[in-house]
Ligand binder design. Structure first.
Ligand code: ADP
Ligand code: ADP
Length: 242
């Protein structure tokens, strides 16, 4: 069974604006799928619909065989845990009033029943759990007591990633996660995502207008234009044709 099946997904904002036009895609567990397209091609609409933040007009979405958005309360909760998101703008995604350790633990506080596999010992303090997550994304433990304004753009994006992976999601949706970062920092973040994907076998849906970032990270790439898939290819096939 595919992890995610999207069938003929259609979404219009007004009669003239068709954001997604019978968009279909199947995704297996693991690996990274890239969605590239210029501004206005429907990428963010797709991300918002997958997160349940936006409704759609036609088509269907199945996640692990379950209709999205799930109707039963328990299924909806499982889905909210299992699908996490990293946004472009880490600054506005992090509460400026909270220290980093509290920010990182927000998802785990909302899902107290989840016991992540990376916590090997019982009775760890909450700060120790946050420190562990910081280490997983390549930040030093001392960052737990800092506030967002004391971090660089790249460091804030690492914190967003730490928070997103804390519930060990099957699917991580990244919407332009490197777009507001310096070029050198962009590649550090891409390398981190690649490492985390390989270590955990989560699926990454990587949305970007930057073809370099997508070809670096993803093995399968879909090109979106005005809500329609105009091309799709596997990186391994890219240089075979000639
Ligand atoms: P992308 O993320 O690729 O830039 P979007 O999904 O944001 O594309 O937008 C797809 C299309 O839908 C664009 O034509 C955009 O103007 C339109 N659109 C997006 N969000 C809204 C909205 N809330 N209301 C009206 N039109 C919207
Ligand atoms: P980037 O190129 O990643 O955006 P910056 O030039 O913003 O990096 O930051 C470089 C270093 O300065 C980082 O290690 C960061 O931790 C530190 N730093 C940035 N802002 C602050 C701050 N307000 N307080 C303490 N350290 C900071």
């Amino acid at each position: 069974m595919k992890t995610l099946t999207i069938e003929k997904l259609t979404k219009s904002y007004a009669k003239e604006t068709v954001a997604l036009d019978e968009f279909s895609l199947g995704i297996d567990q693991g690996g990274c799928i890239g969605i590239v397209g210029e501004s206005g091609s429907g990428k963010s609409t797709l991300a918002r619909i997958l997160l349940g933040l936006e409704s759609f007009d036609q088509g269907q979405i199945l996640f692990k065989g379950l209709q999205i958005p799930p109707k039963k309360k328990k299924d909806y909760r499982d889905y909210r845990r299992d699908v996490q998101m990293v946004f472009q703008d880490a600054t506005s995604a992090l509460n400026p009033k909270l220290p980093i350790w509290k920010i990182i633990l927000e998802p785990l506080d909302n899902f107290k029943e989840v016991k992540p596999s990376f916590i090997k010992e019982d009775g760890l303090s909450r700060k120790a759990v946050a420190s562990h997550l910081l280490e997983m994304v390549g930040l030093e433990r001392e960052f737990v007591d800092r506030y967002p304004y004391q971090l660089s753009g790249g460091q804030k994006q690492r914190v967003s990633i730490a928070r997103a992976i804390s519930l060990e999601p099957s699917l991580l949706i990244c919407d332009e996660p490197t777009a507001s970062l310096d070029v050198t920092v962009q590649f550090q973040i891409l390398e981190l995502l690649k490492k985390l994907q390989e270590e955990t076998n989560m699926t990454i849906l990587f949305i970007s207008h930057d073809i370099r970032a997508v070809t670096f990270l993803c093995e399968k790439i879909v090109v979106l234009k005005q809500g329609i898939i105009v091309d799709h290819f596997h990186m391994k096939d890219l240089y075979k044709k000639n």
